[in-house]
Design a binder for this molecule. Structure first.
Ligand SMILES: C[S@@+](CC[C@H](N)C(=O)[O-])C[C@H]1O[C@@H](n2cnc3c(N)ncnc32)[C@H](O)[C@@H]1O
Length: 214
């Protein structure tokens, strides 16, 4: 499903700050060499993530779902000088690619990548978080929500990608839906009901949920 027509999207990108040369080449190489390149946040969403991070000036960020590291580098732009971004991915084939780009970044010493199942890694992280970006397997979104809200500081911000799931969230027939769609729908309901969170669902790309812990 297309939420905003292509011409409007092209115009919005045209009047959004350009991505850096490093991000441009990461984006290009992801499309040339990596399976399912459309998973990358990309220019427009990346600038949004960077902008939010710069407003928050986080000390500690957690990203669930590193992929090729595009959003990691965008979020890192907002870190305080001694800030850290911790980022988790289960796919070991991406490690060399991520490292190649993290090593070229000015944030290289502030990025802490983890390889493995996010559900197992998050409980072991002794972190009080200012900003969280959930962007991994949709089936575990409700679990990630509970895990990260507990670690989020008051005033901390949670962003989750793909909460419109190509429009499938509009389907009311629970039984005929795939488990990922049901999981995203449950996540959106849990977020909306959660008294610890103030929430806005932004129809940017595939839907970005942005919440503040009150
Ligand atoms: C949509 S991509 C992330 C995109 C990236 N955040 C960006 O903006 O460019 C989702 C990533 O989640 C990872 N992933 C999927 N299931 C996971 C799990 N159970 N634990 C950790 N990572 C997982 C995948 O390997 C994939 O790289």
């Amino acid at each position: 499903m297309e939420f905003i027509n292509n011409d409007i999207m092209t115009y919005a990108i045209q009047y959004t700050q350009d991505e850096s040369e490093l991000l441009k080449s990461l984006n290009k190489e992801t499309h040339q060499k990596i399976l399912q390149p459309r998973m990358i946040s990309g220019h427009f969403q990346g600038r949004f993530l960077s902008f939010v991070a710069k407003l928050i000036k986080p000390q500690k960020i957690l990203e669930i779902g590193t992929f090729t590291g595009y959003a990691t580098l965008c979020l890192a732009e907002g870190l305080t000088k001694d800030g850290e971004i911790h980022t988790i991915d289960i796919n070991e084939e991406l490690v060399d690619f991520q490292k190649k780009y993290f090593d070229q970044s000015v944030f290289k010493n502030q990025i802490f990548p983890y390889l493995g199942e996010a559900k197992n890694i998050i409980p072991k992280l002794d972190l009080k978080l200012d900003l969280v970006f959930i962007d991994a397997d949709k089936i575990n979104y409700p679990i990630y929500l509970e895990m990260v809200v507990a670690k989020l500081k008051k005033g901390g911000v949670l962003i989750a990608d793909n909460v419109l799931w190509s429009g499938k969230v509009l389907n009311k027939q629970k039984k005929s839906l795939d488990s990922e769609t049901n999981s995203i729908k449950l996540f959106n309901e849990l977020v909306k009901k959660d008294k610890r969170l103030e929430t806005v669902l932004l129809p940017i790309r595939d839907g970005l949920m942005i919440c503040k812990k009150v």
